[in-house]
Design a protein around this ligand. Structure first.
Ligand code: NZQ
Ligand code: ZN
Length: 387
């Protein structure tokens, strides 16, 4: 069994009206809070208003307008507010983009130079403001991990950063908040959770316990995504997806196995950096093509195990046959929830593929440890097949 370490310091507070615990959860955090929100959903559905009421004894500052694929330019504005006003803690209300931005701001508040330095080199993160998350979208898992992903449009880069200092102190999760997420982002969030699980599952070796957790996650995401797309107010299914969001990206699903270099995420982040596409949609296109490219005599048994345990394929059929079927079932699932099947549907052309492959290889040296070792040629092959 592969050695592992796991440190999950964030308190999860899940349930109806969980936001009411905001004052108690942030008691020692100080008076000055910066609330971080996205393009307006938190205001429209009343969460921002309720948070402001609950925190009426604090001095509240606000940074709104965080973009999906959050930009370093917006983070710089947040850092400036923190430094100028002496902000003591951060309250992101939103999905992955808002939470990731709060993490970058939390670290930037204590950094002398430009916040982008911290994305390029996380070892420069020495201190961070405390963060309390109010989650409104089941997807990225940023509410329960210590990393984020930030974009710089000028240089066409979207890069991950992280530090144990950035794990939120607590994440408040009321599944009712996610009922207003539009169908496209609900499905994209589900595709993201599905991908997080598969990326950690499809590696060279297995682990009895965490393989079973991954398989359960994948079956849950398939069932509950179908349910919420049919009935957006299905609170039980929304809650299951919210739980899956948190456990998909926190590291739990990878323990006992070779750690994954997250190849589909590496490629998707390049696509988002150049074309500003929705993360989950990019993953839904890339994942089946990556699986096809990764299918060899050596990898077939694991793909077949996935097909048998997640999609109920015949365990007696040959591994290569089941592996092929499992890949088709995967792309079928993504299509069934309204995700695109080709990059051209997202307006992507092959113009920047070479630059994307160069950048991915430069910034993700561990891709050579992927399920099937991935190099520049492999990335280009997957991108071209995905077009
Ligand atoms: O901006 P607002 O108005 O809030 O609208 C958002 C946005 O348009 C909307 N939304 C969120 N909650 C809503 C809602 N609309 C109505 N009602 C609600 N309750 O949904 C849209 C997408 O939001 P966003 O935060 O961008 O989506 P998601 O949660 O999928 O996060 C995606 C970002 O997370 C990064 C991705 O790369 C991407 O930038 N990731 C972060 C990770 C991490 N921190 O560990 C790992 C992931 O793999 C991922 O890379
Ligand atoms: Zn993701």
């Amino acid at each position: 069994m592969h050695p592992y370490g796991l440190y999950l310091p964030t308190r999860l507070v899940f349930g109806e009206n969980a936001i009411e615990r905001l004052p108690e959860l942030t008691k020692g955090f100080g008076k000055k809070v910066l609330i971080v929100t996205g393009g307006g959903s938190a205001r429209r559905n009343g969460i921002l208003g309720r948070a402001r009421e609950l925190l009426r004894d604090r001095e509240i500052f606000e940074l709104s307008g965080v973009e999906p694929n959050p930009r370093i330019t917006t983070i710089r504005k947040g850092v400036e507010i923190c430094k100028k006003e002496g902000i003591e803690w951060l309250l992101p209300i939103g999905g992955g983009s808002v939470i990731d931005s709060a993490k970058a701001i939390a670290a930037g508040a204590f950094y002398e130079g430009d916040a982008w330095d911290l994305v390029l080199d996380s070892s420069k993160i020495k201190k961070a403001l405390p963060i309390l998350v109010v989650l409104t979208n089941a997807a990225a898992g940023s509410e329960y991990d210590d990393s984020g992903v930030i974009s710089c449009l000028e240089t066409h880069e979207k890069l991950p950063f992280g530090s144990p200092l950035l794990a939120p102190a607590a994440s408040v999760m009321d599944p009712a908040y996610t009922c207003t997420v539009p169908a496209k982002h609900t499905a994209a969030g589900a595709a993201d959770i599905f991908s997080h699980t598969l990326e950690q599952y499809l590696v060279a070796d297995g682990s009895i316990l965490t393989d079973a957790m991954c398989e359960g996650m994948l079956r849950t995401v398939i069932e509950c995504t179908r349910r919420v797309l049919k009935n957006p107010n299905d609170l039980d299914a929304r809650g299951q997806l919210m739980m899956a969001s948190s456990f998909g990206c926190c590291g739990l699903l990878s323990i006992g196995r070779t750690p994954s270099p997250w190849p589909c995420h590496a490629i998707e982040h390049e696509l988002s950096a150049w074309h500003d596409i929705t993360h989950g949609e990019g993953l839904a296109v890339i994942t089946p093509h990556w699986m096809r490219w990764s299918l060899t005599e050596k990898t077939a048994p694991r793909l077949a195990q996935y097909g048998v345990r997640v999609f109920g394929l015949d365990p007696k059929a040959p591994a290569m046959e089941n592996a092929g079927k499992a890949i088709e079932k995967t792309s079928g699932f993504f299509r069934s929830i309204g995700m695109p099947a080709a990059l051209s549907e997202l307006g992507v052309t092959d113009e920047h593929f070479e630059a994307m492959a160069d950048h991915a290889v430069l910034h993700r040296p561990l891709l050579s440890t992927a399920f099937r070792p991935l190099d520049r040629g492999g990335i280009l092959a997957i991108l071209r097949a995905s077009l």
